[in-house]
Design a protein around this ligand. Structure first.
Ligand SMILES: [Zn+2]
Ligand SMILES: [Zn+2]
Length: 278
């Protein structure tokens, strides 16, 4: 049996234009997943778009003077939809959830949302970086335009440490290697060993804080990073497709499970729970 998919987006995430909670549940049932968590985006940081950057038409209402402000999560609508899916799929455990973006920069808003949403699974993420001009923020990969790939990754990991040290109300750190998704195709390929010290620092902080590391399969997490997590004292992991459409639910989980087992992680007694070190 495949493990739970602990990181799925549906139509309740502003950027999941092909998202569907109902069809993602059908897909999860078809795959025989024990459970799925709908961890919708709470993207709290507005992004200043670089000149010439095109966004989907659907996002035009979110744009003012090249600043894209993601809309707030519709907590009421989301929970109603979740309840309908739970009624329709009693054999599938459907967890409520949220993915908080840079919650350490927006503590009051993050706390209010967690209060209102009473989510069962809370992910914390870094998706944003300061703009090159320092006058706002941008999606992390925009910084490949003016920084070296190594600078982008190091800045990302340093921000991730600040997130872990400055914000407590989350369970799982999402996609520790997020900038690798847009690693420049020209030039030196990505090698996690180039950032071993920085990865280990993040992982040590995460383990000390008692949090869970996510094995995100969007760009498969490298086995070295998972081995470092164990060595730095990490206790638990989740599996995460980060699907933004139903077809991507649990994508890559076969390989991810093999890698996790090789790194010494095992399912717990609860089939809906985290995997832990064996
Ligand atoms: Zn994310
Ligand atoms: Zn996500």
């Amino acid at each position: 049996m495949l493990p739970p998919d602990s990181h799925v987006h549906s139509q309740w995430s502003w950027d999941a234009l092909a998202g569907s909670m109902e069809r993602s549940c059908l897909r999860a049932v078809e795959l025989g997943l024990p459970s799925v968590a709908f961890t919708e985006h709470a993207d709290l940081t507005p992004w200043t778009l670089s000149p010439g950057v095109k966004v989907p038409e659907e996002w035009n209402p979110l744009l003012v003077d090249s600043v894209l402000t993601p809309p707030p999560l519709d907590v009421g609508g989301y929970h109603e939809c979740l309840e309908r899916c739970r009624e329709r799929h009693p054999g599938l455990r459907i967890l409520s959830g949220v993915e908080l973006s840079e919650p350490h920069w927006h503590r009051a808003r993050a706390a209010a949302l967690l209060d209102a949403g009473a989510f069962e699974r809370v992910l914390a993420s870094v998706h944003s970086a300061p703009t090159a001009a320092g006058d706002g923020f941008t999606e992390v990969s925009a910084r490949y335009d003016d920084q070296s790939p190594a600078q982008v990754v190091r800045a990302y990991l340093a921000e991730t440490v600040r997130l872990i040290q400055q914000f407590e109300s989350f369970e799982v750190l999402a996609h520790i290697d997020y900038p690798v998704r847009h690693w420049p195709a020209d030039g030196k390929p990505y090698d996690p060993y180039d950032f071993e010290e920085e990865y280990r620092h993040v992982l040590r902080c995460l383990a000390t804080a008692g949090k869970v590391l996510e094995v995100n399969t969007r760009v498969p997490l490298r086995s070295e990073v998972l081995a470092w997590w164990r060595e730095e004292g990490g206790q638990a992991i989740t599996f995460a497709s980060d699907a933004h459409d139903p077809d991507a639910v649990a994508r890559g989980f076969g390989d991810a499970v093999g890698m996790a087992e090789a790194a010494g992680f095992r399912p717990g007694r609860d089939p809906h729970g985290f995997w832990s070190r064996g």
